[in-house]
Write a protein that binds this ligand. Structure first.
Ligand code: UN1
Length: 512
């Protein structure tokens, strides 16, 4: 145990077999089978988690509803104080949780720590927010009247999260939802159930110390069926779902049918434009981190580089050189740059995408390969690959969750921006340039159509302070910073008459 996994697991108080349904300090037995969580780093079994069944689900949602009635009565800054303490608890467990994230999901330890840091940051953000859940006031057209709006707690919030950010995306949602007075039911990815159990245990301790009612933080480990139950459940006014576009469409359809609220954060097909005026040294770091970081499994991963034809060959050559230096191996070994993909299915998709790209006419710059031998026993390690392609190739239009980078040439900036926008997804985008005219055009209303548009920064690694999400097939939702909190509350407009007359709006006369 050279990386101290056992110690981390102990510090997080995890045992070999855990129950997957919890309302806080209580854990519910179900009739469901066990999910085995294997590490993609070394293929070892980390532990087992009992899957929730429908009876557990019903009990969890009922407890959540009861808890909401109490939790919404707690003043928002007091709710913020509890979230502040959660942030402190996460600071204490940062190394252990970061390590488990790295081991269960396969991202580098550095990125595991970064993910826990995002949780801490959003807790801090939420604490401040708990005193800033502002509505506007407006002037009434009627004399002696006052008008304003307020934001009230919404209710039970369902959170469906993905394996690639197994803990941070939950925190973005819960930290905000809790200060807003909501209670949460979390369905984590079945591929990373143990990190979820660890989060629930950390939270339960903080909540118990603050007499937070049972049912404010709920966990339900299950498959797509549980996700469907949540999506159809009229007791859950908001479903926040992160994952594939396919999943998001299913969730969006079910939530839409009952006119519930869906916050969707789905696939990206993120591009960086390299203009002639790019500072290549730093641009290449941004592009390589964006493409191979988290083994290409961020929704913000860089999938396409749109490169000016005059610098194309130079960029391709320098990327080739940089890729030759990448160290691929155990994500807990800090010398390595690239860890494994999440599982065999992901490896299959990586291989299929490369085959398809070649069939469509891709030119190989760095070929892909599934790695075998010592250190690669899990079968999940692959070589990051680069291909020169045309943007219209079917495979290029599709998000493959793997370290495959597509290079595309362009002549002028209008064309580059059109290429950048010409995909079904709209999450993150970037331009590398020192020319203000180029960057302003890229950021203008006729520029990037994405929810995130950066200058001289890659596509991944957004800070929590901004609203996070994107357009088109990315789903349109915004999570995390800015005013993303508003979706977790219901808005109410109030008009108050403090006179003895009853004038009607729009000057309507009505006398009795
Ligand atoms: C995701 O991949 O679902 O911007 C979230 C980033 C991270 C979050 C990614 N802060 O890359």
């Amino acid at each position: 145990d050279q990386y101290g996994i056992k110690e981390a697991i102990q510090s997080l108080e995890l045992s070999n077999i855990e129950l997957g349904s919890s309302t806080g300090s209580q854990w519910l037995k179900s009739g469901g089978g066990n999910i085995s969580s294997h590490s993609p780093a070394d293929g070892q079994l980390i532990g087992q988690v009992q899957e929730s069944d429908e009876a557990c689900y019903q009990q969890v949602v009922e407890t959540a509803q009861k808890a909401f009635a109490e939790w919404r009565q707690v003043p928002a800054p007091k709710r913020g104080e509890v979230v502040r303490q959660l942030g402190d608890a996460l600071r204490q467990k940062k190394e252990a949780l970061g390590k488990l994230v790295s081991y269960e999901m396969g991202k580098s330890y550095q990125e595991g720590l970064g993910e826990v840091q995002e949780m801490i940051d959003i807790c801090d953000f939420a604490v401040g927010l708990s005193r800033q859940l502002y509505g506007l006031t407006m002037h009434s057209e009627r004399p002696g009247h006052r008008m304003y709006e307020q934001y009230h707690p919404l209710g039970v919030v369902g959170i469906i999260s993905a394996f690639n950010f197994p803990v941070a995306v939950w925190a973005w949602n819960t930290a905000l939802a809790w200060v807003c007075g909501d209670v949460t039911v979390w369905k984590p990815s079945e591929k990373t159930p143990l990190t979820a159990i660890a989060c629930q245990k950390i939270t339960a301790k903080v909540f118990a110390a603050n007499q937070v009612p049972e049912g404010v933080s709920n966990l339900i480990v299950g498959d797509a069926e549980i996700g469907q139950l949540m999506s159809q459940d009229t007791r859950i006014p908001l479903i926040s779902a992160t994952g594939s576009t396919r999943m998001g469409k299913a969730v969006g359809e079910s939530v839409g049918k009952r006119l519930g609220r869906a916050l969707l954060e789905l696939g990206g097909n993120n591009a960086i434009i390299f203009t002639k005026n790019a500072d290549l040294d730093m641009s290449l770091i941004g592009a390589v981190f964006g493409a191979v970081g988290t083994c290409g499994q961020r929704c913000t991963s860089t999938r396409r580089l749109i490169v000016h034809e005059e610098i194309f060959d130079n960029v391709a050559a320098r990327l080739k050189k940089a890729y030759a230096q990448l160290r691929i191996g155990n994500p807990l070994d800090e010398k390595n740059h690239v860890g494994p993909l999440i599982d065999q299915l992901a490896v299959d998709m990586y291989q299929q995408a490369i085959t398809k790209a070649k069939e469509e006419g891709a030119k190989t710059i760095v070929d892909g390969e599934v790695l075998k031998g010592v250190g690669y026993e899990s079968g999940c390690y692959v070589k990051p690959a680069i291909f020169e392609v045309k943007n219209e190739f079917e495979i290029v239009q599709h998000e493959t969750f793997a370290p495959i980078l597509y290079l595309i040439r362009y002549k002028d900036l209008d064309e580059a921006i059109a290429l950048q926008n010409d995909v079904p997804q709209g999450l993150s985008s970037a331009i590398m340039t020192s020319d203000m005219r180029e960057s302003e055009q890229f950021l203008s209303h006729a520029g990037s159509d994405c929810g995130i548009a950066n200058v001289n920064i890659g596509t991944s690694g957004a800070e929590i302070g901004g609203a996070f999400g994107g357009e088109k097939e990315t789903g349109g939702g915004r999570e995390s910073g800015s005013d993303a909190w508003k979706v977790y509350m219901r808005r109410q407009t109030n008009t108050i008459n403090y006179t003895t007359k009853l004038p009607l709006a729009q000057g309507i006369k009505f006398e009795i």
